[in-house]
Design a protein around this ligand. Structure first.
Ligand SMILES: Cc1ncc(COP(=O)(O)O)c(C=O)c1O
Length: 383
């Protein structure tokens, strides 16, 4: 048995190289990547400008979290300038799970409450905090999680569901509602904007905070820099990771209001590898790329969305849902979704399958010819 522990369904695809929209394997195969490492490689893999910034990096090997480091301050300032208004402070994290951990702790400290409201079937990371509020099936594997079971809201996430949210918040014991503004982990399920705005109002009425988890949706995935922009809601906290470094280095961040940051500082803001200097250099180079090219890229995502939705809609698999290039098709059959994923990989296309949903998260920079090439493979494998 190999020493390395991997997921049960790990593929026998040994990656040796990545470039643009393609992943290359040790046995000479290559595949078009319609998964982007689950919303990591938004700019395509090995984006040359970021690679160059890292090659030229001549900063410190490491900075202790208790010391000052000017690029941290620069990055925090750059982030608060691009996220929804009201988020003025940034916490350093090593990835998405830690970013969510920080948000959960901050919500508990700020409100003095311990319960969360979540969307049924959600995923917010693999550490104990996110598991405590996550999907029922995983939560039940841990009999003694510290937090009270979350109150969950079952899709569809439309205006009518707000009554259920109000019932969940009325006891005034909820620290926060946490959700993805486009739920990548539920096949790119899109909550109605009225649902999102209604949640914000209800949170304010009942003293709960609103945490938007943009670990997957952040950095253009849904056609806006952050998916919160679709409904215009102003969260109390925002968690980001994944595409923040375009795949070059691990990083996460939790953005909060100034008041929430003060409450969290009772615990501290220590993370040994949070915002490693090389991760910080990659994130700053990523943000510089977005500053120069973001507007054009988001317009391109709109055009590619139309192409994908039209083409995938003709495959007869099921209705296509999502925003931008976060797309999902519920096939109604788990085995079929797995079969399509496996066939695609054999034919040179990486797609994701979760439950009965085939999810597509192609690089945002994908050109039409590569998109068509991948979609033709998907069509063959879905037949
Ligand atoms: C919405 C969401 N939140 C949190 C996480 C956890 O992020 P990480 O794997 O970087 O810990 C993920 C990972 O897939 C995610 O999709």
């Amino acid at each position: 048995m190999p020493a390395l522990v991997q997921s049960k369904n790990a593929e026998g695809f040994e990656v040796v190289r990545t470039e643009g929209c393609r992943v290359f394997a040790a046995d000479g195969r290559s595949a078009i990547d319609f998964q982007s490492g689950w919303c990591v490689g938004n700019l395509g893999w090995s984006r040359p400008e970021i690679e160059r910034a890292l090659r030229d990096f001549d900063g410190p090997a490491y900075v202790y979290p208790g010391h000052r480091y000017a690029p941290w301050e620069e990055l925090a300032q750059a982030l608060v300038e691009i996220v929804p208004p009201g988020l003025r402070r940034a916490f350093r994290a090593t990835g998405g799970s830690e970013a969510v951990e920080i948000a959960l702790q901050a919500a508990m400290l700020h409100t003095g409450r311990a319960r969360f409201v979540t969307i049924e079937g959600c995923y917010h990371g693999n550490t104990l905090g996110p598991h405590s509020i996550g999907d029922n099936e995983t939560r039940h594997l841990f009999p003694r999680l510290g937090l009270p079971a979350p109150r969950t809201i079952r899709p569809p996430l439309d205006e009518a569901r707000l009554a259920q949210v109000e019932t969940a918040l009325k006891p005034r014991d909820v620290a926060a509602v946490i959700l993805e503004p486009v739920i990548c982990n539920l096949g790119a399920l899109v909550p109605e904007p009225a649902f999102m705005r209604g949640i914000q109002d209800l949170c304010r009425r009942y003293g709960a905070l609103l945490i938007l988890d943009e670990v997957a949706t952040g950095f253009g995935r849904t056609g806006r820099m952050f998916a919160a922009e679709h409904s215009g809601v102003q969260p109390d906290m925002l968690t980001i990771a994944k595409a923040i470094t375009a795949g070059f280095a691990p990083m996460g961040a939790t953005l909060t209001s100034s008041a929430i940051a003060e409450s969290m500082l009772k615990v501290g803001a220590y993370s040994t590898y949070g915002w490693h200097p090389r991760s910080t250099a990659a994130a700053l180079a990523n943000l510089a790329w977005w500053r120069d090219n973001g507007e054009a890229l988001l317009a391109h995502v709109g055009a590619m969305n139309r192409l994908f939705v039209t083409r995938v809609g003709t495959l007869g698999l099921g209705p296509v849902q999502g925003e931008g290039l976060a797309l999902g098709v519920a096939t109604g059959d788990e085995a079929q979704a797995e079969r399509i994923k496996a066939r695609c990989l054999k034919e040179g296309l990486i797609v994701a399958a979760e439950g009965d949903v085939v999810s597509l998260f192609p690089p945002l920079v994908i050109d039409e010819a590569t998109a068509e090439e991948g979609l033709a493979i998907l069509q063959r494998c879905a037949a």
